[in-house]
Design a protein. Structure first.
Length: 284
DNA sequence: TTTCAGGTGGTGC
DNA sequence: GCACCACCTGAA
């Protein structure tokens, strides 16, 4: 079998900035490598000179899917250059977070994951998602002594009772997962529908599921459907808009007019800057 | 031991 | 349409 390997240009890709900005919860760092599950495969990203190699270690994944996952069609260098010119905050954010890419993850996985993310924090989200995968996913194999599982399928999860879904740290969100899974199965809902909807319709469509509000819907559209005009507003983004741009009211309108077409990307980079730099006491 | 963070759904105005 | 609050649990 041919090895699936993808070279990611170090100028437009940085693993830490991509994997640790709150868009994904299953990638883990191991020395200079990152290990994560993409669909039905275990993938390793490791440095090679100034670039990075993404390689399938276990399971199977098409080369085209791997390229899509890392959003290789988008010219991130051009986007960074364009946005860096817009204002000093974006310029600073890109000095910290250059190489951040928006991953194109699986829509069903994003729906489940971001329901879990509501009123929650990253370490707890990771706990819940990993436990869900270990209990109901498929074992891909072992790498460096750690077992890796796929994200469970709709068919498997739809068999679960609400109690079955009470994985680690999930709390009352098990009810949201259960009601959403029940609806997906009972109505045989096609999760590819939002690909063909514009942002507003996509948000309304996703809000048919219990546990999905505006913020969660925008996350699912940005990270699962490649809608780069989606802009999830969480407490960090609220604080970022207030502190960096002096905008407290009508934040939606500000984002749409000020950041324009690349607002999803611009906001993600500012979010990363805010959490990892500004909030830790640096202001420059 | 207590306090806190974190979106959604529901209630009451 | 807006303001409020319950919901749950790991971490500090």
């Amino acid at each position: 079998m041919k090895k699936i390997q993808l070279c990611l240009n170090g100028k437009s890709f940085h693993p830490k900035h991509t994997f640790e900005n709150g868009q994904c919860f299953r990638w883990i760092q191991d020395g200079d490598e990152y290990i994560g599950v993409v669909d039905e495969a275990l993938v390793r990203v490791k440095p090679k000179g100034r670039d990075f190699i993404a390689e399938v270690l276990l399971g199977s994944l098409e080369m085209d899917r791997l390229k899509t996952y890392f959003d290789c069609e988008t010219d991130y260098l051009a986007m960074e250059a364009l946005l860096s010119q817009k204002d000093p905050w974006l310029e600073k954010a890109f000095k910290i977070g250059s190489g951040l890419r928006l991953l194109r993850q699986d829509p069903f996985e994003m729906l489940m994951t971001f329901i879990i993310s509501s009123n929650n924090n990253i370490p707890k989200i990771r706990l819940s998602v990993e436990d869900l995968c270990a209990r109901y996913g498929k074992l891909l194999g072992t790498y460096k002594g750690i077992d890796y599982y796929t994200f469970p399928t709709l068919d498997v999860l739809a068999q679960c009772s609400e109690d079955d879904l009470k994985v680690k740290a999930i709390g009352y969100r098990a009810k949201s997962l259960y009601k959403t899974l029940e609806k997906l199965k009972a109505e045989a809902i096609d999760l590819s529908i939002p690909f063909g909807l514009d942002l507003e319709d996509g948000i309304e469509w996703l809000k048919q599921f219990y546990g999905v509000g505006d913020k969660v819907a925008q996350c699912i559209l940005l990270f699962g459907y490649g809608k780069e005009d989606a802009y999830p507003i969480d407490t960090w983004v609220k604080q970022m808009l207030k502190e960096l741009y002096g905008v407290e009211k009508n934040q939606k309108a500000f984002i749409e007019t000020y950041f324009g077409d690349h607002r999803g990307f611009a906001q993600q980079v500012l979010f990363y800057y805010m959490r990892n730099y500004y909030a830790k006491g640096h202001v420059d």
